[in-house]
Design a protein around this ligand. Structure first.
Ligand SMILES: Cc1cc2nc3c(=O)[nH]c(=O)nc-3n(C[C@H](O)[C@H](O)[C@H](O)COP(=O)(O)OP(=O)(O)OC[C@H]3O[C@@H](n4cnc5c(N)ncnc54)[C@H](O)[C@@H]3O)c2cc1C
Ligand code: SF4
Ligand code: SF4
Length: 1014
């Protein structure tokens, strides 16, 4: 196992054109993609490999797949099925044709509540299924950390299992029936049958008969060998599971052989799955330890409490989590600091039908922990479902967090899912650490400790040849170590390109039989070739782990300046978190709308890498010029559909930040091209607003002119808002700032206006100022300054940098007074934290969002006594998506603030409203923009009174007005209206501050004249 062979991508299969034409003639209804961008985007999964398919087919139904498979056999085209593409070892990668079921074949076909069964297409995502089942009190128990995008077809093909597998088992235990397409295009229905019936079927001369004959022969002839080879573990030997084909109940189950076969035996086109009742009660107990080894050793003891699961995390993951958005939700549980460093953590979960089950389990655990108090640092029982979800989301993010190890090194999967008998886990890990230490590798560890499955991703920079060269020796050593402990190299992710280790674990004789089975199913070796086993070891050998093209080798060719500018694209590890299925999740609206992975963060990152690579090598390899031009056009088209919502810059585990890279790309792109007129119009808009605010009537006339069809066609802009400036009020002048620093009262606050709210939504500015004044704050209003958001989105970086410098100076001057500075528009506040920072600019600015300021004031008691519940109807707040992804605590903060004033507030989960600044005003994006609103916001607003709807973002209020016919209020407007409706004088917290009489506040602050329309 020590040979290193580098095989280049092989040429396009010769019959591809003929195959695709035959497909169309045969009535194929799906999409066919041969463009460079689609192929590049599908060339990676979460593994170290990059293998470009020659075409990608997005099939619509079973008939499509049958056509594809039959014609591929005629034309000798290799095929690989693909679902979520979350494999960690190249499971779905191919040089042939990729067949993706996730885009169209994602319907839930039948549901039988009484029999607790569901029938689905293979592209249904696990979370999609569980969301569908939730109202019925059911769920599908086998889970994966990638549940937001992994498909049931992919899960079955890897025989997936995850948290809770100790009590729930693996996905193969839940298959009632399957519809599969064999390599000759024949459709076969698979279900458990008496063994005698299977023997009868084996007499048939068709493909199904041949397969059953061969499977029965192999299990009959090798019964003893199978029994002694397959380990007695929860995580058995997946991939051609011969052990469970013949059940002790006298049934023959082909599904066990198919589950885990990774698309090498047949295509799954339909699945009927068994379901379970959703446990009504649950509790999670994070137990903290001084060392990871102590946590490992303690697992066996904790198992006596009979938990549903024990998941383990080490201190590396924990410290990375502290920098993640998830930390805010769980800090109160994991962040307690009593001075003892935490080296390991066990999450012990209990589930039950009744609270008494949970109480009994917690008592068992508590007795165990109390019996050996020195074994642990401490523990805490968590029963609040939201906190439990936050803690599990930390666990699910563990892989992504390892992408942020820094210094160009990333947690790298290749020995990432080993499993050993759980009682041997602690000594195994000790030896595993020794191997990694010997190679000088840093790593983080976590996993399903209760079943002995350990995830470890050594930190490597795969662009460095010396790091890439470690894949072989470390893999070999870890394979040998797992075998020594009676375990496996692949505990749950499947094998992918690790098929060369099959003979090592199955033994030579049994491996020969696996190849015989492959031959029976796929005589031409066309189904996901190179993985698991081969139909012909001489003509089509199984690929070797270091003979498959590595992604790092492609990235290595990128020139240093481009590596620096597009470092986040290089850091994208392909785990697919940005393919989140949930339409109410903010991650990537452009992907949600198009369902085209070219328009996802991963897609854009992949294209950016390929563009940067081909651009870097053109000079020395002129043959790349055509590819470079092609990918540049496709990348530009994809970036044009990016809303710059920035969900990817906070929700992606490696914070991939497409908008920042888009700006750099566009800046470079337009150095060689003329910018469209619209760019110049937009660039002139924000500077023009200062003048427009002084003459709003004239400005609105201009805007009305721009809306005429002719001019709108010319500029490509539509539905632009009209000016609506705040009422006149004194504004801070630079000369005031010194005096303010010296003489402001304890309740003084600076309200930082922004050019958009102050130009187009003046009532909101007045309401915020009015609210703060009414709460007893001494409000000093700072004139709006340009923020440059549009320049950044258009990649006009020279102009943007000037605006950013000025905006920074403006905000710094306000902050230098030492007073809290509060912004209104979320994007304007966040730009100071994310866009006006970095080399040459400086650190993030400490301007607060209004909710942050009020929440702090609430905390410090400056908002006075809580008011009694008002008894009025509650409000529904839909925060700006950029704000809630960057600051996930915002919804909770507003809820607390409203509660303090006796008002009920709910914050429904929503995606992007579709406007995103300029995006929704660009004529070519209007359909997508409105479509996005219809996808998530419209259903949330259905049936709500307009006066009950609140939105923090200016864009969101515009979009709701455009699509729903009314503009929601800002939460400050609702609060102010409520406070105005109460008798003010006796309330000390509403008293006007003394400095309202000062020079800076000679005129009374304008109080909003908003009326509550409810
Ligand atoms: C961060 C991270 C965490 C993970 N955690 C877990 C975990 O907890 N447990 C776990 O088991 N795995 C885990 N995995 C691995 C991976 O998510 C699972 O293997 C998942 O089941 C793959 O589903 P998918 O839809 O992405 O399949 P893909 O990656 O698209 O495909 C996986 C395999 O299935 C085959 N396939 C797909 N569709 C079909 C079909 N219709 N017919 C036949 N074959 C098909 C493909 O050819 C491929 O061989 C994790 C991966 C990552 C990146
Ligand atoms: S962009 Fe982020 S979330 Fe998407 S695949 Fe890459 S690393 Fe994962
Ligand atoms: S900014 Fe928004 S639309 Fe653009 S790639 Fe990121 S998540 Fe998708």
């Amino acid at each position: 196992m020590n040979m290193r062979v580098q095989v280049e991508d092989k040429a396009v299969p010769s019959g591809l054109d003929a195959f695709l034409s035959a497909l169309v003639s045969a009535g194929y209804a799906g999409d066919i993609a041969r463009d460079r961008a689609t192929r590049i985007v599908h060339a990676t999964d979460n593994s170290i490999y990059q293998v470009e398919p020659t075409a990608v087919l997005f099939t619509r139904d079973s008939e499509d797949i049958a056509r594809v498979v039959r014609l591929a056999a005629d034309h000798r085209i290799p095929l690989s099925p693909r679902g979520g593409g979350t494999g960690t070892n190249g499971q779905s990668l191919t040089r042939g044709v990729l067949v993706d079921t996730s885009r169209h074949m994602n319907r839930i076909l039948e549901f039988d509540l009484e029999r607790q069964k569901v029938t689905v297409e293979p592209g249904v995502v696990l979370n999609q299924l569980n969301a569908y089942l939730q109202p019925h009190g059911l769920f599908f128990p086998p889970t994966v950390s990638t549940a937001s995008r992994a498909t049931l077809g992919g899960m079955v093909a890897t025989d997936a299992s995850g948290k809770g597998s100790r009590i729930y088992g693996k996905i193969s235990d839940y298959i009632e029936a399957m519809e599969i397409i064999l390599a000759n295009g024949e459709t076969v229905q698979v279900a458990a049958m008496p063994i005698a019936e299977a023997r009868e079927l084996a007499r048939r001369e068709d493909a199904a008969g041949r397969i059953h004959r061969e499977v029965l022969r192999v299990v009959d002839e090798n019964a003893e060998l199978i029994a002694s080879t397959f380990p007695q573990m929860n995580r058995g030997l997946t991939g051609y599971n011969l052990k469970q084909v013949l059940g002790e109940d006298g049934l023959f189950r082909l599904s066990y052989l198919l589950a885990g076969s990774e698309g090498t035996l047949a295509f799954t086109t339909r699945l009927t799955l068994r379901l379970r009742r959703r446990p009504a009660c649950r509790a999670l107990v994070p137990v903290r330890y001084a060392t990871f080894q102590a946590a490992l050793v303690d697992v066996q003891r904790l198992l006596q409490a009979e938990p549903a699961a024990i998941e383990i995390l080490d201190d590396t993951i924990l410290s990375l989590a502290r920098q993640d958005v998830v930390w805010g939700e769980i800090e109160s549980v994991l962040g307690r600091d009593d001075g003892s460093p935490v080296g390991g953590l066990n999450f012990v979960e209990f589930v039950g039908e009744a609270q008494s089950d949970i109480d009994a389990a917690l008592a068992r655990l508590s007795n165990l922990l109390a019996a050996e108090p020195d074994a642990v640092l401490d523990w805490k029982v968590v029963t609040d479902p939201k906190t439990i979800a936050g803690l599990w989301s930390l666990r699910e993010k563990a892989v992504g967090l390892l992408g942020r190890l820094g210094g160009g090194k990333q947690g790298t999967p290749f020995v990432e899912d080993t499993a050993v008998p759980p009682e041997k886990l602690a000594p195994y890990v000790e030896e595993l650490r020794a191997i990694l230490d010997r190679h000088g590798l840093a790593y983080g560890m976590f996993g399903h400790a209760d079943v002995g499955c350990l995830h470890v991703r050594p930190a490597l920079d795969m662009r460095l040849p010396e790091d890439a060269a470690l894949i072989r020796p470390v893999s070999d050593a870890v394979a040998a170590l797992t075998k020594k402990y009676g375990g496996l190299l692949w505990g749950e992710h499947g094998r992918g390109y690790r098929g060369e280790y099959s003979p090592f674990f199955f033994g030579g004789k049994l491996y020969e039989e696996l190849c015989a089975l492959k031959r029976a199913f796929d005589p031409l070796n066309l189904l996901n070739p190179g993985k698991l086993a081969s139909a012909d070891a001489v003509l089509h050998p199984v690929e070797r782990i270091d003979a498959v093209p590595l992604r790092g080798e492609k990235d290595r060719a990128i020139a240093a300046p481009l590596q620096r500018d597009y470092d986040k694209a290089i850091a994208c590890n392909g785990n697919g978190a940005c393919f989140n299925w949930d339409k109410h999740d903010p991650m990537c609206p452009s992907y949600k709308f198009t369902r085209d992975r070219r328009h996802s963060p991963k897609g854009r990152a992949a294209m950016l890498r390929e563009w940067a690579r081909s651009t870097s090598v053109i000079e020395t390899q002129p043959a790349e010029a055509r590819d470079a031009a092609e990918i540049e056009d496709e990348l530009k088209a994809s970036l044009d559909l990016c809303l710059a919502c920035k969900a990817c810059s906070s929700q992606c585990p490696v914070k991939v930040d497409i908008p920042a890279m888009k700006a750099r790309f566009l800046q470079r792109y337009f150095t060689r091209r003329r910018r469209p007129l619209r760019h110049r119009v937009v660039a002139a808009m924000e500077p023009g607003l200062a003048l427009a605010r002084r003459f709003p009537g004239i400005a609105n006339l201009g805007l009305r002119l721009m809306a005429t069809p002719r001019l709108a066609r010319w500029t490509g802009l539509t539905d632009l808002p009209r000016l609506s400036v705040p009422a006149p009020a004194p504004r801070l002048q630079p000369r005031d700032l010194g005096g303010l620093a010296a003489g402001a009262g304890p309740n003084a606050v600076i309200l930082m206006e922004d050019s958009f709210t102050s130009s187009f939504d003046g009532g909101v500015v007045d309401a915020v100022a009015g609210l703060l004044a009414r709460l007893g704050f001494e409000v000093h209003r700072a004139s709006p300054a340009a923020n440059g958001k549009a320049l950044h989105a258009l990649g006009m970086l020279d102009a943007f940098n000037k605006v950013a410098g000025a905006a920074r100076a403006h905000q710094n001057a306000l902050l230098a007074t030492g007073l809290p500075v509060v912004g209104i528009e979320p994007v304007a506040v966040l730009m100071g934290r994310h866009e006006y920072v970095g080399p040459g600019l400086g650190e993030p600015l400490a301007v607060l969002g209004l909710d942050e300021f009020l929440a702090q004031a609430l905390e410090s008691g400056r908002l006075g006594q809580a008011l009694p519940a008002s008894g009025t109807a509650g409000f529904h707040l839909l925060p700006h998506c950029t704000e809630k992804t960057a600051r996930p605590g915002t919804g909770q903060a507003w809820t607390r603030i409203f509660k303090h004033f006796g008002l009920e507030l709910t914050v429904p989960a929503t995606g992007c409203c579709g406007m995103a600044g300029l995006f929704g005003h660009e004529a070519e994006h209007v359909e997508m923009s409105k479509g996005l609103f219809a996808m998530s916001w419209a259903p949330r607003l259905d049936g709500l009174a307009p006066s009950a709807v609140l939105a923090t973002g200016f864009s969101c209020r515009c979009q709701t007005e455009r699509c729903q016919g009314y503009a929601p209020r800002h939460p400050a407007q609702a609060l102010l209206t409520h406070l105005e409706s109460l008798a003010p004088p006796s309330q000390p917290q509403f008293r006007q501050s003394r400095l309202h009489q000062s020079r800076l506040h000679q005129s009374r602050l304008h109080q909003s004249r908003l009326g509550d329309t409810r």
